[in-house]
Write a protein that binds this ligand. Structure first.
Ligand code: PLP
Length: 421
C-alpha cells in the first residue's frame, strides 16, 4: 500500500494515524519501509536524505553494521532477563567516564522516565516541591513538565488531563533571561527543588545558551540549595563525548539522557552525584523501577555505539555541521534574506524570522507558513527534515560531504519556494 492509503487506514485504528503527534503532517506523512546510512525509504519507493534521524538517536545513521552485528548476537542469547548483566556495568562505567557530573547511573527505557525520575529525586533530596522549567522546553510527555512544552506543540494549549495540582509546582521562565530567574529566586528560592533545562533547547528549533548563562544557573542553584538538572536527552553524546556539560564546562547535579544512549533502541538514563543517586531504591527509598530498565538489547546497542564515538568521530561530525550551516548562510546571504541559521555541532535549523532567537517568544515569531512550504519542497527534492519549525535537524557520520552538497541545492530551491521567488 502507498503512504496516502496507509494513512487513511491508520487513522481508523490509531488516533490521528500516528503514535506520536509530531509525525502527522498534511496531507499525509510518508510511511517508512527501510533505511540505511543517511537514507530512509518510503512505501511509494521514494528515498530521502534523512535529517530527522528518528528525532536524534541515530548519530551513526540508520542500520549501522557494527551496532546491528552486536545486537543480533545479543538477541540470539535472549532479549530480556529481569536480572542484572555485566554489560549494564560496562555501559554505566562508560557513561561515568564520559559525563562530568555522572558518578552513578540508573538506566530506564525512555527520556520521559528519566526526567520524571530525576525530578522526583531532586524533590526528595531538597524536601521541596517546586521545579523551574523554561518556556518551550520539552522534557517528555509526563505531567510535571507538560506546561508550555516544546516538541511540535508550540502555540498549542497545555494538555487537558494534567491536574492543576501538579502544574502549580512547575514554574515557567523564559530562557536566557537572568533577571526573570533572579526575580523568581528572590520570591521563592527556598521552595525550588530544581531547575531543569535543555542546555541547548532542541524542541523549539535550536537555541543556544548565551555566554555565561549556564554558569549563572549553576551559581544561583548552588546558593539556594536547589538542584540543577541538565536534560541532555538530545545533547548527551551529541555535542561532545561528555555532552553539553563538557562542551560548556558547567557541571549540573543531575543529568538525564536518552536517544543516542540507546544506539537506536528505546533507552533513557539519569545520573549524577553519588550522594543523590544513592537515594534511589534499593540503595535508598526514592522509588524507581522498570521491567525493561537496563534491557540487554538497548544496553548492547548503546555500548557498541558509544565505543564508536571518540574524539575523531566528533571532529568529523561537527565539520559536517559547519559545512551545512555555512552553506545555508551563503544561500540566505545570496538571496538577501535575513533569517536565522541556528545550531551548533551536528544540530541545525533555519528560523524563518529576522529576529535573533534566544527563547520561546523569539522562536514563535517565525513564519510557519513559509516553513511548511520549505518542508514540503524539501520532501519533493528528496530531503526529509522534522516537519515542524520547532524541531531541530540532525546530522550523522553516515552523511557524506556530497550528501550535504546535494542537500544544500535542495535547500536553496526550497527556500526559493518558501519565498515564492
Ligand atoms: C526526546 C526528549 C525527551 C523524551 O525522551 P523520550 O525517549 O521520547 O521519552 C526528553 N527530553 C528531551 C530534551 C528530549 O529531546
Amino acid at each position: 500500500m502507498r503512504s496516502e492509503e496507509l494513512f487513511k487506514e491508520a487513522k481508523k485504528y490509531l488516533p490521528g494515524g500516528v503514535n506520536s503527534p509530531v509525525r502527522a503532517y498534511q496531507p499525509y506523512p510518508f510511511f517508512a519501509t527501510e533505511a540505511e546510512g543517511s537514507h530512509i525509504q518510503d512505501a511509494d519507493g521514494n528515498s530521502y536524505l534523512d535529517y530527522c534521524l528518528a528525532y536524534g538517536p541515530l548519530v551513526l545513521g540508520h542500520a549501522n553494521p557494527v551496532v546491528l552485528g552486536a545486537v543480533l548476537n545479543q538477541m540470539s542469547r535472549g532479549t530480556a532477563y529481569g536480572v542484572p548483566t555485566e554489560k549494564e556495568i560496562e555501559l554505566a562505567r562508560e557513561v561515568v567516564d564520559r559525563v562530568p557530573c555522572a558518578e552513578m547511573v540508573r538506566f530506564v527505557s525512555t527520556g520521559t522516565e528519566a526526567t520524571l525520575s530525576a525530578i522526583r529525586l531532586s524533590r526528595a533530596w531538597s524536601g521541596r516541591k517546586k521545579i523551574i522549567k523554561f518556556e518551550g522546553a520539552y522534557h517528555g510527555a509526563h505531567d510535571y513538565t507538560l506546561v508550555k512544552s516544546g516538541s511540535g506543540a508550540v502555540g498549542l494549549p497545555d494538555s487537558p488531563g494534567v491536574p492543576e495540582d501538579t502544574t502549580k509546582n512547575t514554574v515557567l521562565v523564559p530562557f536566557n533571561d537572568e533577571e526573570a530567574m533572579v526575580e523568581i529566586f528572590n520570591e521563592m528560592g527556598d521552595e525550588i527543588a530544581a531547575i531543569i533545562l535543555e542546555p541547548v533547547m532542541g524542541n523549539v528549533g535550536c537555541i543556544e545558551p548565551q555566554e555565561g548563562y549556564l554558569r549563572f544557573l549553576r551559581k544561583l542553584t548552588q546558593e539556594n540549595d536547589s538542584a540543577l538538572i541538565f536534560d541532555e536527552v538530545i545533547t548527551g553524546f551529541r555535542l561532545s563525548r561528555g555532552g553539553a556539560q563538557e562542551y560548556y564546562g558547567v557541571k549540573p547535579d543531575l543529568v538525564t539522557m536518552g536517544k543516542i544512549l540507546g544506539g537506536g533502541f528505546p533507552m533513557g538514563a539519569f545520573a549524577g552525584k553519588k550522594e543523590l543517586m544513592e537515594m534511589i531504591a534499593p540503595s535508598g527509598d526514592v522509588y524507581q523501577a522498570g521491567t525493561f530498565n537496563g534491557n540487554p538489547i538497548s544496553v548492547t546497542a548503546g555500548l557498541t555505539t558509544l565505543e564508536l564515538l571518540d574524539d575523531t568521530f566528533y571532529d568529523d561530525l561537527n565539520s559536517s555541521g559547519n559545512q551545512m550551516r555555512r552553506g545555508i548562510q551563503d544561500i540566505l546571504d545570496e538571496k538577501s534574506l535575513n533569517y536565522q541559521v541556528a545550531g551548533l555541532a551536528s544540530m541545525f535549523q533555519i528560523y524563518f524570522t529576522e529576529r535573533e532567537v534566544w527563547n520561546y517568544a523569539d522562536a514563535k515569531t517565525a513564519d510557519t507558513v513559509k516553513f511548511s512550504r520549505y518542508f514540503h519542497q524539501l520532501l519533493k527534492e528528496g530531503v526529509f527534515i522534522p516537519p515542524s519549525q520547532f524541531e531541530c535537524c540532525f546530522l550523522s557520520t553516515a552523511h557524506s560531504s556530497e550528501d550535504i552538497n546535494t542537500t544544500l541545492e535542495a535547500i536553496e530551491n526550497s527556500i526559493a519556494m518558501a519565498e515564492k521567488i
